[in-house]
Design a binder for this molecule. Structure first.
Ligand code: CA
Length: 226
């Protein structure tokens, strides 16, 4: 098992490195976002322990970039803040779990073991609807084999629809599942994101796969079974 630790707090990074090496993990440590981006591009990790507050940026950006590149490596995000918003943002960016600082080393390794036991993306089912394909594990979406980069929320909206392709999804259901419970922003936020999603899915020159159900919400356009 090879682990990347992205942590700019040098004493903490050293504690983690020593502990993980002692526990038998091959462990690389970097302290900057740029070095972390280079490391994940160059090496094949089983898990990334990712601090959010880095001197040259937000760890969340690394996670989002990995997911948009189709990299499904487990990410355990560390955050110094314990606000719900920070956790939601981390998970939206594609993190698999988060741990709030300060934490005990045994809790970190317990969470790591849980993530490493997770089925790999190769075993996870691919969702297919017509020419549209979604791999929930790597968070990759493609249409006729052309990869379509989506934001975390666009992905979540499409995932809800692809997991229940026959159903009509009410705006309120989509809002509840994709935004956190305390969301009190614009009421048309679902429509705005669906419009962006449609625009991206149509870029490949194909039909709009999403139908508007007037007064209710959205569903996937039924596929002919011929
Ligand atoms: Ca930090």
């Amino acid at each position: 098992m090879r682990i990347l630790v992205v942590e700019d707090d040098a004493p903490l990074a050293e504690v983690l490195r020593r502990g993980l090496v002692e526990d038998g993990y091959a462990t690389d440590v970097v302290g900057k976002l740029a070095d972390a981006m280079h490391a994940v591009d160059t090496n094949d990790y089983d898990l990334v322990v990712l601090d959010r507050g880095l001197p040259d940026g937000d760890g969340r950006d690394l996670c989002a970039r990995m997911r948009s590149n189709g990299d499904g490596t487990a990410v355990l995000m560390l955050t110094a803040r314990d606000g719900l918003g920070d956790k939601v943002e981390g998970l939206d960016a594609g993190a698999d779990d988060y741990l709030t600082k300060p934490f005990d080393y045994p809790e970190l390794t317990a969470r790591m073991r849980a993530l490493l036991r997770r089925p790999t993306s190769a075993q996870a089912p691919i969702l297919i609807h017509g020419t549209l394909e979604m791999d929930p594990a790597s968070r990759r979406v493609s249409r006729s084999s052309i990869t379509i980069p989506l934001t975390a929320r666009e992905f979540s909206l499409l995932e809800m629809m692809m997991r229940a392709p026959e159903a009509t999804h009410a705006r309120t259901d989509l809002l509840e599942h994709v935004w956190d419970a305390n969301y009190d922003g614009l009421s048309n936020v679902v429509d705005v994101h669906i419009a962006n999603l449609r625009r991206k899915l149509e870029l490949s020159g194909q039909d709009d796969p999403i139908e508007t159900v007037r007064g209710v919400g959205y569903r996937l356009r039924p596929q002919s079974t011929s």
